[in-house]
Design a protein around this ligand. Structure first.
Ligand code: PBG
Length: 321
């Protein structure tokens, strides 16, 4: 009889035949940086995750570096918002200051910026409004200004998350023309209009004041369209393709892995984090094991890179293994 159980008998043999492993090298840790001073504010729906100001964030960055996490992705929370998100291309804006601060004080840390407008617009949508919808091409013009400003501040990689058509082409061309041909782009290539972003919108003050994001983010029902979106980003020159959210979209991660010769990233989003934390707090699941199993499933699905609020905890768990 064929007995698959022979190779499951002891820890030794299970380790030998294990197909996938998590490593701290897989992780990108998201950081919320708020303009102001003395801020260290826990986000209620994301236990363990805080908003920091630049004078307090070293506490968090010291830990990230000590745990050998290779990269952070930054989200800025400005004091000033307006109709179009002018602050996003202010060379002295919160993101630009944050990039300069981190690159100066933690030169080994790889710094990525989330490139979007929703935290910076008074209406919370991801670009310039026209007739109560985001105007694609007007938004692209401002996106170019935003990435150039991040580039000047010294960012290592930009990650546009707004889902406007032509984003990657516009950014690539602008960076090349401005003298940044070596600055890579991670596209939020297949990003769904998802309820799993709920806690993030509190964390980043970026909930739309009316309507939703369904005219620019993807319909969760669609799989083939994900390939189409990724194809555009691939052809337009994205260096890394991302799927977001992760857990409910493992099929899409696998699709991208099989169809594109690019590193694939996934974003283990705020709602996924909050669910695990809440259930663990109630004692209904073993939080650490569920965390590691979820992250491993993303890796197994084909993710080379995982953006996750669990990065520090998972790095610690890996050290203790
Ligand atoms: C947009 C952005 C969002 C997230 C990352 N970038 C929110 C949105 O599209 O509404 C979500 C991340 C998360 O839920 O953890 N700037």
């Amino acid at each position: 009889m064929f007995r698959t159980r022979r190779l499951r008998k002891t820890d030794g043999i299970r380790r030998l035949v294990r197909e996938n492993q998590l490593s701290v090298n897989d992780f990108i840790y998201p950081l919320f940086i708020e303009e102001g001073e003395g801020i260290e504010k826990e986000i209620v729906s994301m236990p363990g995750i805080k908003r920091w100001s630049l004078d307090t964030v070293s506490k968090e960055l010291d830990e990230v570096v000590a745990l050998n996490i290779p990269a952070v992705i930054l989200f800025g929370i400005p004091t000033e918002k307006d109709e179009v998100g002018t602050e996003t291309w202010n060379d002295n804006g919160i993101m630009q200051q944050a990039v300069r601060y981190i690159k100066k004080n933690y030169p080994s840390l790889y710094v990525i910026t989330d490139v979007c407008f929703c935290e910076y617009t008074s209406h919370g949508h991801c670009g310039v409004l026209c007739d109560n919808d985001v105007d694609n091409d007007a938004t692209l013009v401002n996106l170019a200004k935003q990435v150039i400003s991040h580039a000047k501040a010294g960012v290592d990689m930009v990650a546009p998350s707004g889902m406007m058509d032509g984003t990657i082409a516009m950014i690539r061309e602008s960076l090349d023309q401005a003298g940044y041909p070596n600055l890579p782009i991670m596209g939020y290539s297949v990003k769904y209009a998802s309820a799993f972003y709920g806690p993030f919108r509190d964390a980043a003050d970026s909930a739309p004041s009316f309507g939703d994001r369904r005219t620019y983010q993807m319909d969760p029902a669609n799989r083939d369209e994900g390939l189409r979106e990724a194809t555009f980003d691939d052809e337009e020159g994205a260096d890394i393709l991302m799927v977001k959210p992760a857990l409910s979209y493992l099929d899409i991660i696998r699709d991208l892995k099989e169809n594109f010769d690019r590193p694939i990233a996934c974003y283990n989003v705020s709602g996924e984090y909050a669910m695990v934390k809440a259930a663990a707090e109630k004692g209904w699941i073993d939080g650490e094991r569920v965390m590691m199993e979820s992250l491993l499933s993303m890796k197994r699905a084909g993710a080379d890179i995982i953006i996750t609020y669990f990065a520090k905890e998972a790095a610690r768990a890996l050290l203790n293994k």
